[in-house]
Design a protein around this ligand. Structure first.
Ligand SMILES: [Zn+2]
Length: 383
């Protein structure tokens, strides 16, 4: 089973990448293909300006649909926003399918910030149910959770819906109007999707609908992805801040993983990772002002990490970073902190990132017995 995920140009590459990372974190029977260069422009005549005169007209347009997007609170009337028709959105999927010669039984899902004429959050094409779109804009207004979580979840929900329902009529009449904690709960409000994300489940009657039409490994993989979203979301939302610390694992291929936190992966850029490794190697801490004393160490860490660029260029980057006169190291430390906080929540993250007041020694507080370093095992074995 294959899902091709494509984007329209207004969607930020960062959000696209984060969604991709969540979906591909768990391996299994569903395979994903992501094309960030699949930029599908909207022509001028494909964009409609839709105006709601007052709140009543606005709400009336929303109540009969499973999921809607615009906020009730921060809109002033008359309210106008650009939108595209469903026909336009599905035509984008169809033309991409044709262009790339994608078989009829593989999904093409368009992620787009463009609103749609029916105000749905996500839908499949009734006439070609392997095409679908997900509206990616505006999540931050509704839920206290990064947008990539509901978007990734909805990719899986669309896949399951394809097999659960025989058409739009079936879908409209069969979704759970009273939430039961199932992938098919109707979300009257965007924020209600959080409930589904927290249960990460398919109820018995919905499972009965798919168990004979979808291969078991696909159902299993879908549930595993939903479960991994659920766990990661809890940390990202600052829940579970009093959890016992997870070990920090550095794999042979230099992935930073937190196995006891649902295998969350911490993604750092090569230079940031080199700096982070240096601090891991020095539990006693390092003053930023003396970072240039560690240049040789950094050269060797970085050269093992990165096969990009020439030696001289690489040294140049390290020299820049260790130059006490510029801000480069501080900026990298701030970004490392942000990456950990986004993944783990503020409290828990403190144990893993590089801490220390301005002018004081900086260090990583994590007790080093909580570290599993598979790089060393490989080096020792090869000796
Ligand atoms: Zn259900």
């Amino acid at each position: 089973m294959k899902i091709h995920i494509i984007k329209s140009p207004e969607l930020s590459p960062e959000l696209f990448t984060k969604t991709v990372e969540l979906l591909s974190a768990v391996q299994g029977a569903i395979s994903f293909s992501f094309n960030k260069d699949s930029v599908l422009n909207f022509d001028e005549d494909e964009i409609l300006e839709h105006t709601f005169d007052d709140v009543e007209a606005f709400e009336k347009s929303l109540y009969h649909v499973p999921c809607y997007s615009p906020s009730e609170n921060d809109i002033t009337f008359p309210h106008t926003h650009p939108q595209a028709t469903w026909t336009t959105l599905f035509a984008k999927c169809a033309s991409y399918r044709q262009q790339q010669r994608i078989p009829d039984d593989e999904f093409v899902i368009l992620l787009t910030d463009m609103a749609n004429d029916k105000n749905w959050f996500a839908s499949l094409d009734e006439h070609m149910p392997y095409n679908g779109f997900i509206h990616t804009d505006g999540w931050s207004h509704y839920i206290d959770c990064p947008a990539q979580f509901p978007i990734a979840y909805e990719v899986i929900a669309l896949l399951l819906q394809k097999y659960m329902f025989s058409g739009m009529y079936d879908l409209r009449t069969s979704v759970h109007k009273t939430p039961v904690g199932c992938v098919n709960d109707m979300c009257i409000k965007k924020r209600e999707i959080i409930l589904k994300l927290r249960t990460a489940d398919i109820c018995r009657s919905c499972m009965d609908r798919i168990k004979d039409v979808v291969p078991a490994p696909v159902i299993h993989h879908a549930l595993q992805i939903m479960e991994s979203l659920r766990v990661k979301m809890l940390y990202a939302q600052n829940f579970r801040q009093d959890s016992p610390l997870s070990t920090l694992m550095i794999t042979q291929h230099h992935k930073l993983l937190l196995p006891e936190f649902g295998h969350i992966e911490i993604k750092l850029r090569p230079l940031e990772k080199a700096l982070y490794y240096l601090f891991l190697d020095h539990p006693e801490g390092i003053f930023l002002s003396s970072l240039s004393d560690y240049r040789q160490d950094l050269y060797s860490i970085y050269s093992r990490l990165s096969n990009m660029g020439m030696l001289q260029e690489m040294k140049g980057r390290i020299d820049d970073m260790t130059n006490a006169l510029n801000n480069s190291a501080s900026e990298k430390i701030s970004r490392i902190k942000r990456v950990f906080e986004e993944a783990l929540g503020h409290e828990l993250a403190k144990n893993y990132y590089i801490c220390g007041q301005v002018g004081e020694v900086k260090k990583i507080g994590l007790p080093r017995e909580k570290m599993i370093d598979q790089r060393k095992a490989v080096v020792e074995k090869s000796k």
